[in-house]
Design a protein around this ligand. Structure first.
Ligand SMILES: [Fe+2]
Length: 137
């Protein structure tokens, strides 16, 4: 009976250790964002050749923020959506695109108290979810 308890204890510790080690690897490799789920310019993972056409570019002019994904728009391959999100997870704005749109560009007005650290997201129907972190006053 004791052997079985020891075996179970060791198994639980081993499993917890693997989960912890794996989580650290997953989250540390992309600035706190889970790699393999979220892609960034700094950590594009399997989409390394897709950075220029998928990582959203950000332009801040006063309270106006413009997100641009330099990606072709066609029926089979297009940018689905942009969002602008604050560091606390508040979605400050979003825009859904359609294959018929000529370009993936969206513009937002920053609300008061938005915080300085923000995230721009862009989702491609074939190349997953991309995030660009930026600062705005
Ligand atoms: Fe794409």
């Amino acid at each position: 009976m004791n052997d079985r308890r020891d075996f179970l204890k060791k198994s639980i510790f081993l499993a917890a250790g693997l989960v912890a080690a794996n989580s650290t690897t997953v989250f540390a490799s992309s600035g706190g964002l889970p790699s393999g789920i979220v892609y960034t310019k700094e950590n594009p993972g399997k989409w390394a050749k897709k950075v220029g056409s998928h990582a959203p570019e950000v332009k801040v002019e006063g309270k106006k923020v413009t997100l641009t994904t330099k990606h072709p728009m066609s029926e089979k391959h297009y940018i689905v959506r942009h969002t602008l999100v604050s560091a606390d997870g508040t979605v400050l704005g979003s825009k859904t695109f359609y294959p018929s749109d000529k370009e993936a560009v969206s513009t937002y007005e920053l609300p008061p108290g938005h915080g300085s650290k923000l995230y721009a997201t862009s989702f491609c129907n074939l190349h997953d979810f991309w995030v660009t972190e930026f600062m705005a006053k």
